[in-house]
Design a protein around this ligand. Structure first.
Ligand code: MG
Length: 302
């Protein structure tokens, strides 16, 4: 790892990149180290991490995705760290997603954009869409199969994703066009039962409304004391929903929204990290902050 980054992380001045105009002005708590100080003193904290593009680089075969070197060992340490609840939040189907993690790593996992949850002890729950929403998803799947695009389809609870990463431009365009035409016709007919078409980094997805990564974040935070510091790290447009859920805690809340990707883009995030080095430094700094015993004395007594 870059020694400069490690030093910056250790001093609490971790990486507020100069001047990417596409990321918001930034959370001064990070730059000023008060975020880390607050984390060191908090009796509990929540660290929520997206997977694809955040912990792992994109690959053409999505089931071959592997985390950046050094991430898995840090997840193990975070999973056993005192005072931190570690959660992975992904758009992938939860069970597919869990199969990409080391078998010995038992984490809380949310899949399908907040529709599925697997607890660390393996309990599975899901909030499927209704039959009226499911019908068009099946129709679009059939349409894609008819055009020979079986390999791009990912069926999830409550959505159908079409992956175009790595395809020839003409195929990618055709698939996007098919999906958009289908969605356009559904909307124009006035019979949309509650579906939305959303782009993501590497494709488009038709999914049931009423559930997003914000749902996962909101549920997780409801289960925690209200002043629990919480951070969410993500790369994609769908992670903006999670950022918004953190933002909804209001001013003065103890939240940190972190965009993780090689280049910044327009985002509600407070901070941008370029993986893997800055991501690893961030996780190391988090581990250092929660490793010690919490000081529960009143401020004046310290
Ligand atoms: Mg992602």
């Amino acid at each position: 790892m870059d020694n400069g980054i490690r030093a910056a992380a250790a001093s609490g001045s971790l990486s507020q990149h100069p001047g990417p105009p596409s990321v918001s002005a930034g959370n001064s708590a990070v730059a000023s180290s008060s975020w880390w100080t607050m984390l060191e003193r908090a009796p509990r904290s929540v660290l929520m991490l997206d997977f694809d593009g955040t912990l792992s680089p994109f690959v053409r075969d999505r089931m071959q995705a592997r985390m950046y070197s050094g991430v898995a060992e840090r997840l193990f340490r975070l999973a056993f760290a005192p005072r931190t609840r570690l959660v992975l939040v992904s758009g992938r189907p939860a069970r597919d997603f869990a199969s990409l993690l080391p078998a010995e790593l038992h984490l809380e996992v949310w899949g399908s954009h907040g529709r599925e949850r697997i607890t660390p002890d393996g309990h599975y729950s899901a909030a499927p869409v209704n039959a009226a929403q499911q019908r068009p998803l099946a129709q679009l799947e059939a349409e894609l199969l008819r055009h020979g695009f079986a390999s791009v389809i990912e069926k999830k609870v409550g959505s159908l994703a079409m992956h175009t990463r790595g395809l020839a431009g003409s195929d990618a365009e055709r698939i996007t066009e098919l999906a958009q035409d289908f969605y356009g016709a559904l909307s124009a007919s006035g019979t949309n039962p509650g579906l939305e078409m959303l782009p993501f980094d590497g494709g488009v997805e038709l999914r049931g409304t009423g559930c997003s990564k914000a749902t996962a974040v909101e549920t997780i935070l409801r289960e925690e004391p209200s002043r629990t510091p919480a951070a969410y790290l993500g790369d994609d447009q769908t992670d903006e929903d999670a950022f918004a859920a953190l933002d909804a805690r209001g001013p003065g809340s103890l939240s940190l929204r972190v965009l993780v990707r090689p280049q910044p883009r327009p985002s509600a995030a407070d901070l941008w990290l370029a993986p893997p080095d800055e991501l690893l430094a961030f996780l190391d700094r988090w581990l250092a902050a929660v490793a010690g015993a919490v000081d529960l004395r009143p401020e004046a007594a310290r």
